[in-house]
Design a protein around this ligand. Structure first.
Ligand SMILES: NC(=O)c1ccc[n+]([C@@H]2O[C@H](COP(=O)([O-])OP(=O)(O)OC[C@H]3O[C@@H](n4cnc5c(N)ncnc54)[C@H](OP(=O)(O)O)[C@@H]3O)[C@@H](O)[C@H]2O)c1
Length: 326
């Protein structure tokens, strides 16, 4: 890969991805881009570009001479993916929204025709959770998967990620206990609309998949559960309440920056944990960009384009803990 454009490249995930790309692909030119680069803190070794990916002409200009795009913003992503794949530019997307990924899946023929690869489910969840799920399913032969996600409420999550989480409150019902690695232990998770549970049945041939979320502190998890009650969810959807919450949640950090994801399928269990989920997502993205030359053209999810154990083992070498036998 010679030139990689990171859209949303100075956001919380984009910065981590750009930093990891510079170290994984030292010969590549990495450009971080967004609508207002004056907001950007410099990422060493990268170039900076002003691009509004929602503006087709602006996007077309930005794609000139680019080999791969890493999408770390959420807008009309299928349109951005189409613009890339039409030009034979590879495309990776960290989105956790099922409707976004479903729109890009439809571009498979276009990608093949232009010898380009699009990788979806790039990150921690979806991403690492998809690989853990494939590993557990292959070990156990089970056709039902449960995924548990524990996020640190103290990590500096980007406004787009916080907004995505607020949108998901109250979308799904159901809670169940999941065993997380130390120091967390057994926690109740509350079903949350992460995309992995919608795409895994097709890619792994499952009957069902469910993904639940909890936060590192039991108090904030209790608030998360309460926020799913219809009356509270209605209140939170009011624009004024939402704006206040969004500002508060991006500035005030209650809890730590640890994370853990855990998967259960039949008798098989596996987990991945560490600190700073944005860093895990950025590193996953960079490792996938580095593997693009080995991938076939077309649109695929992470579990369809890499082998779980070697990929997760290499990712874990960056200071994370992988347990494939919990
Ligand atoms: N797969 C995973 O595990 C995982 C983990 C965490 C987050 N995510 C997803 O990653 C995405 C980013 O999250 P984040 O925490 O990094 O959010 P963030 O800090 O708010 O970053 C979003 C970035 O996108 C840029 N942007 C927004 N609209 C744009 C446009 N029209 N054109 C170009 N750039 C634009 C913003 O800069 P400007 O405003 O200056 O344009 C900003 O730099 C979210 O969709 C989130 O759900 C996925």
């Amino acid at each position: 890969m010679n030139t990689i454009l990171v859209l949303g490249g100075y956001g919380a995930v984009g910065r981590e991805a750009a930093t990891a790309l510079v170290s994984h692909l030292p010969d590549a030119k990495v450009i971080v881009a967004g609508r207002d680069p004056r907001k950007a803190r410099p990422v060493s070794g990268t170039g900076l570009m002003r691009v509004d990916a929602a503006d087709p002409a602006d996007l077309a200009r930005a794609l000139d001479g680019v080999d791969a795009v890493l999408m770390c913003a959420e807008l009309d992503n299928a349109r951005v993916a189409r613009a890339c794949l039409e030009r034979g530019v590879h495309y990776l997307d960290v989105s956790a929204s099922h409707h976004v990924l479903a729109g890009i899946e439809e571009l498979d023929d276009l990608a093949r025709k232009n010898a380009a690869t699009a990788v979806l489910s790039v990150g921690l969840v979806p991403g690492v959770t998809n690989l853990l799920a494939r590993h557990c399913v292959e070990r156990s032969g089970a056709r039902d998967v449960r995924v548990g996600v524990l996020l640190g409420a103290g990590e500096q999550h980007g406004p787009a990620a916080v907004s995505w989480t607020l949108d998901g409150l109250g979308a799904l019902s159901g809670s169940w206990p999941m065993p997380f690695p130390a120091p967390y232990g057994r926690r109740a998770v509350h079903r949350f609309p992460f995309s992995d549970q919608y795409t895994l049945p097709a890619t792994l041939g499952l009957d069902s998949a469910q993904t639940g979320l909890c936060l590192d502190s039991r108090l904030t998890t209790a608030l998360l559960a309460a926020a799913r009650l219809p009356a509270v969810a209605r209140l939170l959807s009011r624009p004024q309440v939402r704006d206040v919450l969004l500002t508060a949640l991006t500035k005030v950090h209650v809890g730590g920056d640890g994370f853990a994801v855990t998967v259960r399928a039949g008798g098989a269990r596996a987990s991945f944990s560490g600190r700073r989920q944005s860093r895990a997502t950025g590193l996953t993205a960079a490792m996938l960009v580095a593997r693009l030359p080995t991938m076939a053209p077309g649109v695929g999810h992470i579990e369809q384009v890499v082998e779980p154990v070697p990929f997760l083992t290499e990712l874990a070498e960056n200071g994370f803990t992988l347990d494939l036998d919990t």
